[in-house]
Design a protein around this ligand. Structure first.
Ligand code: TRP
Ligand code: ZN
Length: 850
């Protein structure tokens, strides 16, 4: 049999559903390898339908019986589902199917994790549970009955009747099938309660495996803070009597916003001082907020089709970023977000996987849950808010919620509420949704007869399938400083709309120093030739914290690129500038930690590639080590005292203030390790009373190749804790010396606790290998081969996780011909493996077509 190539789906081909659904009744008779699912669906013809064909999605289902209005029918199996002649009037469709959750390793549909039943239906997993129009524009009211011997039986909505071995659930809010969820197992609740601003009493629970009860309190607190925040900031209250969160060990991504029953990767909800780092706490808080915020931006207003994914994801990421900023401080949050955007989204935009925030086509939608859709999608919301102003943004959101509540909406609907509330024409802005690529903005200046002019030019490189780009609307926040560092022109937005444009300033005594793209006001790259002296002045005096950090980052980044390419040494001026930041006790420690941490080796590699040269990962690795050594030496007089003043007496608290002190203390510890051979790190490792202090010390020791004892001690202490053990696996691979990375990873795959079917564990090793820049790109290609071997092995088990991890290869065109050839042969090997999934096939095909 020849395989038909997988079909490409186009946004332009959208047609409305032929049949709509009023109500769905589902009965689950749970059994690990033979679960029966009985559905009763009330259909009616859609007046907007273009034809009367009846099609239901279904995958891997064994059909037991089907009836229409009580009479047996024999549906026609077709590609991806079934069809059947149906009445030209409302009718009741009933089927019984059998599925095998125990054999479901893809973690999509109904599957089992540690003996517990759970579901994951976004984007197209519901079709693995029963026959259904599995598309987000078909919304229905679900009633669910679960029969099974598990002590806890959960589904969406409000609880209904329950008895021994069964429970019923009713969700009054119409929803698409992707928001359906079911959980059944031996779970314990961490309960709480919340009263909404509308007076609704809501029971809250975080459900976990017995033994994890002590790791729920922080998540619960984050949930309640999210509920208050959405009421206060967006006027959105919760709308059911119950909100459940369940922690699951085997999960492909972070978490899922199923209505009233959010399901979380256990790594994204379980938290304790002993087992979680500051970064984990912050991430957990943000993800809990994110999933909760989806209740309005995603669930009450959903997406018409999967091309509109950014409608819910970009907006919800933007909202969780605002929340984190409010909880923990906006300056540091904005810098963190810019670091992530550049590391992941700019990288994506730069390579063969570049795609618009709203793609025009896809083969497998799971491959489009990307940094572009999520993080760049959030940037578009931020730009829109900046362009229309905060007050107009609030009014537009009010209208969006009022008009589209209960709808499956589009990006056009979203932009229309802004156009209507502000009178602004957003047709050019829409380009941000439709064109891939990061605009490159080149800036130059003139100073003539007392007039200072900034000249801007924007250009976006071609991306796959899009050779012609048009200018974007770029909100560029600008301020000006004088030569002593005093601000002479405050921040204001310059709206760039053309390819070439300038803006002038009068009335200045002297030529000023510009601070451009303050607050990272647009997801663009700015290029401007200037002096180290100017950067140093901005690092010392800019009133905008983002650009203050950015000036330091450019100084250090350019130094690293020069060191790695032509063996330059760091300038004393730059080292002095960093020293001045380190000793400035008026600055927030978290901010100082960000200034004093080097960019990643991957950042350096990308910037060398962007300048048209071939990055040498090993030389970059050495440059980073050398620079860290130089900084440490330059600061050696202040480091011990700075380290000491950042130590916190007393109990651990996961607050931004304490976390900031730990971040700076640990940045200093890493520098000190260059001088003291690891004695500070060893002492910290031994004395640590929380995971942040323990694991950062371990990192440091492994980095300087003195980790053996600490690794053994850590393993002995934590071998019972699967989440902590992920850190143990990860650190060894990520911090391994480049020439050993592949071997370390390979050896760890033989460890008894390397459970490769668990995505967290697989990523802990293979994700860490890809993140060890010099180790991954080691000259012999050993890491490429190892990763390819494991992706080939994982693909038949879990296509979604395999496909995501192929992005490790997306930068391959940056490298020298030998490495390119090695990567290409690894990719070819994946591509030619038998029965390759559609997910991985699409990714590898796109990467290779570079
Ligand atoms: N909608 C989820 C979120 O962003 C993400 C998601 C999509 C997901 N598909 C998934 C999560 C599959 C887990 C598994 O919050
Ligand atoms: Zn989301």
């Amino acid at each position: 049999m020849t395989q038909t190539p997988p079909e490409t789906i186009y946004l332009a081909d959208y047609t409305p559903p032929n049949y709509l659904i009023d109500t769905v009744h589902l009965t689950f008779r749970l059994a690990p390898d033979a679960t029966r699912v009985i559905s009763r669906i009330q259909f009616r013809p859609n007046p907007k339908a273009e034809n009367d064909q009846f099609f239901l999605h279904g995958e891997g289902l064994t059909l037991i019986s089907a009836t229409i209005d009580g009479a047996a029918v024999t549906p026609q199996p077709v590609d991806g589902g079934l069809t059947c002649p149906v009445p030209n009037a409302p009718f009741v469709w009933e089927t019984e199917v059998e599925i095998d959750p125990a054999a479901n390793t893809a973690l999509e549909g109904l599957y089992m994790s540690n003996g517990m039943y759970c579901t994951q239906c976004e984007a197209e997993g519901f079709r693995k549970i029963t026959y259904y129009p599995d598309r987000p524009d078909v919304m229905a009211v679900f009633t669910v009955r679960i029969e099974g011997d598990a002590p806890v039986l959960l589904s969406n909505g409000n609880p209904g009747d329950t008895g021994k071995g069964w429970a019923e659930w009713h969700d009054p809010w119409p929803k698409p099938a992707y928001l359906f969820a079911l959980v059944a197992g031996d779970l314990v609740a961490h309960p709480d309660a919340f009263t909404t601003s509308e007076g609704r009493q809501v029971a809250l629970n975080i459900w976990v495996r017995p033994g994890d009860e002590d790791k729920c309190a922080f998540g619960m607190d984050a949930l309640k803070r999210s509920m208050v925040w959405d009421e206060e900031v967006y006027g959105r209250a919760y709308d059911l009597d119950l909100f459940n969160i369940v922690a699951v060990d085997d999960f492909n991504m972070g978490a899922m916003e199923n209505k009233g029953l959010n399901i979380f990767n256990s790594s994204c909800v379980l938290a304790s001082a002993d087992t979680s780092t500051d970064a984990d706490f912050e991430r957990i808080e943000a993800i809990i907020a994110h999933e909760y915020f989806h209740n309005w931006t995603g669930n009450r207003i959903t997406c018409r089709d999967w091309f509109q994914l950014c409608l819910k994801e970009g907006l919800t990421v933007f909202r969780d970023q605002q929340f984190t900023g409010d909880m923990r401080g906006h300056a540091v949050k904005r810098i963190d977000d810019a670091i992530v955007l550049r590391a992941r989204q700019f990288r994506e935009d730069q390579g063969p996987l570049a795609h618009p925030v709203r793609p025009a086509s896809f083969v497998e939608i799971n491959n489009f849950y990307t940094a572009t859709v999520y993080e760049k999608g959030a940037e578009l919301i931020g730009m829109l808010k900046r362009l229309v102003g905060d007050e107009a943004y609030d009014r537009a959101l009010e209208l969006y919620f009022a008009r589209h509540d209960g709808d499956a909406a589009t990006v056009e609907d979203w932009l229309a509420v802004f156009e209507e509330t502000t009178g602004r024409d957003l047709s050019q802005f829409k380009g941000w949704y439709e064109l891939a690529g990061t605009p490159q903005v080149r800036v130059s200046e003139t100073w003539e007869n007392g007039v200072y002019t900034l000249h801007f030019e924007q250009e976006t490189q071609p991306t796959p399938g899009q050779s012609d780009k048009v200018p974007m609307v770029v909100p560029i926040v600008i301020g000006l400083l004088d030569e002593t560092g005093v601000e002479v022109v405050e921040s204001h937005v310059f709206e760039m709309t053309e390819s070439v444009q300038s803006t002038s300033f009068n009335g200045l005594k002297n030529k000023p120093i510009p601070s451009i793209l303050r607050d990272f006001s647009a997801p663009v790259s700015v290029h401007r030739d200037t002096t180290d002296a100017e950067r140093t002045l901005l690092l010392a005096h800019d009133t905008d914290p983002f650009n203050r950090w950015e000036s330091g980052r450019i100084l250090v980044g350019q130094t690293l690129a020069k060191m790695a390419t032509d063996g330059a040494s760091p300038s004393t001026q730059m080292l002095d500038a960093l020293l001045a930041v380190a000793r400035d006790d008026t600055l927030d420690p978290a901010f100082r930690a960000l200034v004093l941490s080097l960019p990643s080796q991957e950042d350096t590699s990308a910037s060398i590639a962007a300048s048209g040269r071939v990055p040498d990962s090993l030389a970059i690795h050495r440059a980073h080590e050398t620079l860290r050594q130089a900084i440490a030496q330059h600061m050696q007089d202040i480091l011990p005292r700075l380290y000491a003043t950042m130590q916190i007496e007393g109990a651990y608290a996961p607050t931004a203030v304490d976390g900031g002190k730990r971040a700076l203390g640990n940045t200093v510890m890493r520098l000190l390790s260059q001088l003291d051979g690891g004695t500070t790190a060893q002492a910290q490792f031994a004395a640590a009373n929380n995971m942040t202090q323990q694991v950062t010390a371990l990192n440091c020791l492994v980095e300087i190749d003195k980790g053996a004892d600490a690794l053994a001690a850590f393993e002995a202490q934590w071998s019972h804790d699967r989440l902590v053990m992920n850190k143990w696996f990860g650190v060894q691979v990520q911090m391994a010396q480049p020439q050993h990375a592949a071997q370390v990873a390979q050896r760890l795959t033989e460890h008894p606790q390397f459970d490769w079917k668990n995505p967290n564990r697989f990523r802990a090793v293979m994700g860490a290998l890809a993140a060890n820049s010099a180790g991954f790109h080691s000259e012999d290609g050993a890491s490429y081969d190892l990763l390819a071997d494991w992706l080939i092995r994982l693909d038949p088990i879990n296509p979604q996780t395999t496909a995501r991890m192929t992005a490790a290869f997306e930068t391959w065109k940056r490298f020298d011909v030998d490495r390119q050839a090695r990567i290409k042969s690894a990719l070819n090997r994946i591509q030619s493996s038998a029965n390759l999934s559609r997910d991985t096939g699409e990714m590898v095909g796109r990467i290779l077509s570079a």
